[in-house]
Design a protein around this ligand. Structure first.
Ligand code: KG4
Ligand code: ZN
Length: 331
């Protein structure tokens, strides 16, 4: 079985071909980051219009390896939610129109489940149960993924998502949007021990990244004008505090659940320090799967992986189906 997958929930227009052995045959991602950078964040109306302009070209590029022959597909997977309403509408409408025209069935996919199941593309043998740390621009979740039909939320952030905190701290440091990769880059040249920031670990696997962000704000106020080395040192201190907080909770969740497998997922999972620290912390405790960086940030291959699994457990959808911008994660 081979699915064409389409993802347009935020500011990436993406299409991919994925087989039922979790082989990625093609994956095309057209990022809008440069267009939104001028505004310091994603502008929903601009994002939806850019998806509309680009989706046909992106799907065509993903289909090139099949000679654009839609009869070689077995179905279409597309993000149903959560996400921005206008953005989801473009992808879901396009996918359903294409499927209707080509006589193919459609499966609607949860974007957050897509992030988690990107791990299947890294390790096709991966089976639940596992603990998942899902870290993106909108989510900071620790989950117990017991089976494809039973996902328990162990804990989450009480305020800002960790990716959001990376983006906001980057802005305070005068770095461009999206800030996560910028902080990761600048922090490499910094001394993470020069400044000490809090590790906002809350009970019940909770996090508070807004508090950490405010601590950076006060530190910057005290420091005044920043030279390059001080900026790198603050970035490194923030990255260490955020990553250590995530790893402390991940380790505790692995111990509490007794799971011997764990998965990192979401855009922040492409962070270099998080990848290293999670590996060393879980050594001997759990087998850790971390998707390649390009499969951590938004892409359509992960939607293909989740589409394969969803189709196995629930079958294809009866179309037309409704998009759901507020869809509960992992539902
Ligand atoms: O999963 P994603 O691509 O989109 C959402 O579904 O939100 O995650 C985007 C988030 C942004 O906040 C971005 O700054 C962050 O992931 N991010 C990173 C890195 N790369 C992306 N944060 C820290 N380090 C990185 N290397
Ligand atoms: Zn995402």
């Amino acid at each position: 079985m081979r699915l064409l997958a389409i993802e347009t929930s935020c500011d990436e227009t993406a299409a991919a071909l994925v087989t039922d052995s979790f082989l990625v045959e093609s994956s095309v991602v057209a990022s809008q980051a440069a267009a939104h950078a001028a505004y310091g964040g994603v502008v929903p109306e601009l994002a939806a219009r850019m998806h509309l302009e680009r989706i046909a070209g992106v799907v065509k590029a993903a289909m090139a390896s099949l000679g654009e022959d839609y009869s070689r597909l077995d179905g279409v997977a597309v993000t149903r939610g959560p996400g921005l309403v206008g953005c989801l509408a473009v992808g879901a409408s396009y996918a359903q129109a294409l499927a209707a025209g080509a006589g193919l069935p459609v499966v609607g996919v949860n974007h957050m489940t897509g992030h988690v199941l990107a791990a299947e593309l890294e390790d096709p043998q991966l089976e639940p149960p596992f603990v998942g740390l899902v870290v993106s621009g909108g989510h900071t979740d620790l989950i117990h993924y017991r089976s494809h039909q039973d996902v328990e939320l162990l804990g989450a952030t009480r305020d800002d998502a960790v990716g959001e905190a990376f983006d906001k701290v980057a802005r305070m440091l005068g770095l461009p949007y999206p800030g996560g990769p910028e902080i990761d880059r600048v922090a490499q040249a910094g001394d993470p021990t020069r400044f000490r920031l809090p590790r906002p670990v809350l009970p019940n696997f909770g996090f508070s990244f807004s508090g950490l962000k405010t601590a950076v704000l006060y530190l910057l106020r005290d420091l005044g004008e920043l030279d390059d080395q001080t900026r790198a040192d603050v970035a490194a201190a923030f990255r260490l505090a955020a990553v250590e907080t995530l790893c402390l909770q991940l380790e505790a969740a692995v111990e509490q659940t007794g799971c011997h497998r764990a998965v990192l997922a979401g855009g922040v999972a492409s962070n270099r320090l998080l990848r290293e620290m999670a590996r060393s912390r879980l050594e001997g405790l759990a087998e850790l799967t971390i998707p390649a960086p390009a499969l951590c940030t938004d892409n359509a291959a992960m939607i293909g992986a989740a589409g394969i699994v969803r189709q196995r457990t629930h079958g294809f959808d009866l179309h037309p189906f409704e998009i759901d911008p507020g869809l509960r994660a992992y539902a």
